[in-house]
Design a protein around this ligand. Structure first.
Ligand SMILES: [Zn+2]
Length: 426
C-alpha cells in the first residue's frame, strides 16, 4: 500500500506544478510587458482615459433594468464592432466580440454584466460632484463595461494577436433574478473551448474573487379560500400561517463557520384590511460557504412553512371553513466552486498585480464567476479600477482616480492567460 502511494505522488507531481514562485511570476510578467505591442497597449490607456470616462457615462445613462438590457447591449455591440471584432448577439441578449487568436480552439472569456438592479423609470442621468460621477449603476457595472470596451480598443490599436482567442462579452442577467443566465448561456456555448474566464464587475483593484459563494433564492407561498374578516372569522389565514412559519424559520440556528446567512427580503399578500387573504408569499435568500448548510437551510424553510400551516390549522378556532396549501419554489440557485491556488489564471493576475505594484485580497463572493468555477473552469471576478461605492443604491458613485492601474491589471491578466502570438519573421 505504502509503495503504491509513493508511486502515485511521483506520477502526479510533474504534472501538477506548485504555485509559481515570486521569481517565476516576475519573469512571466516581464516577458509580457517587454513586448513592444503590449507596452503600446498599456500606454493607450494613459492617452484615452477621458474616452473611457465618457464611455462609462454614456453607457450608464442607457437604462438596463433586469431582463431589459437590449438598448445597452446594442451600444456595446457598436463599440466592439468599431474595435474590429467579429460581433454577435445571442438568443438571450448577450453581445460578444471575438478577437481571433492563433489557436482558435482555445478561448479566454472577458466579461462584464450589462444589467443593473434598477427598475424601469429610474433616473440614471450621471451627475458630477467634484471628481465623482454619481448615478445608479455608475460603478456596478458602468466601470466594468467601460473597461471591457476599452480593452477591446487598446488591443486593436496596438494590433495584438493573442495566442488563444479572446472573447469579449457584455452579458445579461447577473443581478438578482437574472440568476446568472447570461453567463450560463456563454459557458454552455463555449464550454469545451473555455480555458479561463475574467469577470469585470464594479470598481477597485484591491480584491480578486476566487471562491464562488453558493446561494439559493426561494419563494414560499401559502394559499387558502379567503373570505370576510368578520363573517368568516376562524377561516385559516395564509398571512397568519406564513408569519407563524417565518418566525420558526428565522429562529433556525446557522453556524458562523462555514459562514451561512438567510434573509427574508420580500413579503406580499392580502387584498384589504377587512378580508381574510387568499394568498401570502415571502422571498428568501440563503447563502453559505458550504453547500450542505445550504441544503439544510432550505429544508428548514420547508419544515417551518409546513409547521406554520399546521399551527394555523390548530384549534381552538373553528377550522371547518377550508384548508391551506403551501409550496416552496426555487427562484434561482448559484452553485459554489473554487479556483485552484496553482491555477495559471491566478498566476497571471498576481503577475499583473506585481507590474502595477498592487496586492489583491482573495475573496469569496457570488458573481458571474460562480458558473465557470462550479464546472471546474478557471475563473475570477475583479474590479475594473478606480473607486466606487453605494452599489445597488440611488447614491452610487465612482471616482476615476487609479483607473489606469485597474485597466492595466485587467489587460495583463487576460494577456497572461491568452498569450500573445509570435510575430512572423518577414
Ligand atoms: Zn455587478
Amino acid at each position: 500500500m505504502k509503495r503504491a502511494f509513493v508511486c502515485v505522488i511521483l506520477l502526479v507531481m510533474p504534472v501538477r506544478s506548485a504555485a509559481p514562485t515570486y521569481a517565476q511570476r516576475q519573469a512571466a510578467a516581464s516577458r509580457l510587458t517587454e513586448n513592444a505591442r503590449v507596452r503600446a497597449a498599456l500606454d493607450w490607456f494613459s492617452h484615452n482615459l477621458s474616452w473611457v470616462n465618457d464611455t462609462q457615462v454614456r453607457l450608464t445613462e442607457i437604462p438596463a433594468p433586469p431582463f431589459q438590457e437590449e438598448a445597452r447591449a446594442a451600444a456595446v455591440r457598436e463599440i466592439l464592432e468599431g474595435a474590429g471584432l467579429s460581433v454577435h448577439t445571442d438568443k438571450i441578449g448577450n453581445v460578444t466580440g471575438e478577437l481571433r487568436g492563433a489557436n482558435e480552439n482555445e478561448i479566454v472569456l472577458l466579461s462584464a454584466h450589462l444589467d443593473t438592479v434598477f427598475p424601469p423609470g429610474t433616473n440614471v442621468k450621471v451627475h458630477h460632484d467634484g471628481n465623482r460621477m454619481m448615478a445608479p449603476g455608475i460603478s456596478d457595472n458602468g466601470t466594468g463595461i467601460a473597461a471591457l470596451v476599452a480593452i477591446a480598443r487598446t488591443l486593436q490599436s496596438a494590433r495584438i494577436k493573442p495566442q488563444r482567442t479572446i472573447l469579449f462579452a457584455g452579458n445579461v442577467g447577473e443581478e438578482g433574478e437574472g440568476n446568472l443566465r447570461g453567463m450560463r448561456e456563454l459557458v454552455e456555448t463555449y464550454k469545451s473551448k473555455l480555458k479561463a474566464v475574467v469577470v469585470l464587475d464594479g470598481s477597485g483593484t484591491d480584491h480578486v474573487t476566487t471562491r464562488a459563494l453558493a446561494s439559493r433564492r426561494l419563494e414560499a407561498t401559502v394559499t387558502g379560500p379567503g373570505g370576510h374578516s368578520w363573517s368568516d372569522f376562524g377561516m385559516p389565514n395564509p398571512i397568519n400561517a406564513l408569519i407563524r412559519g417565518s418566525v420558526r424559520f428565522i429562529n433556525t440556528k446557522v453556524p458562523s463557520g462555514p459562514r451561512t446567512t438567510f434573509n427574508i427580503g420580500q413579503i406580499e399578500g392580502g387584498t384589504s384590511v377587512n378580508s381574510v387573504p387568499y394568498e401570502a408569499k415571502i422571498k428568501v435568500d440563503i447563502r453559505s460557504e458550504d453547500e450542505e448548510e445550504l441544503m439544510r437551510l432550505e429544508s428548514a424553510l420547508r419544515d417551518s412553512i409546513a409547521a406554520g400551516v399546521r399551527d394555523e390549522m390548530e384549534p381552538p378556532r373553528e377550522r371547518s371553513k377550508g384548508s391551506l396549501e403551501w409550496k416552496v419554489e426555487l427562484l434561482g440557485s448559484r452553485p459554489g466552486g473554487e479556483l485552484s491556488s496553482d491555477s495559471p489564471l491566478l498566476a497571471a493576475l498576481r503577475a499583473a498585480d506585481e507590474f502595477i505594484r498592487n496586492q489583491s485580497r482573495m475573496e469569496r463572493s457570488s458573481t458571474d464567476a460562480n458558473i465557470p468555477l462550479s464546472l471546474g473552469i478557471d475563473a475570477i471576478s475583479i474590479g475594473a479600477g478606480g473607486m466606487g461605492g453605494g452599489a445597488h443604491s440611488m447614491q452610487e458613485w465612482y471616482e476615476a482616480s487609479g483607473r489606469e492601474a485597474g485597466l492595466k491589471r485587467a489587460l495583463l491578466t487576460v494577456l497572461g492567460v491568452s498569450g500573445v502570438a509570435e510575430e512572423k519573421a518577414r
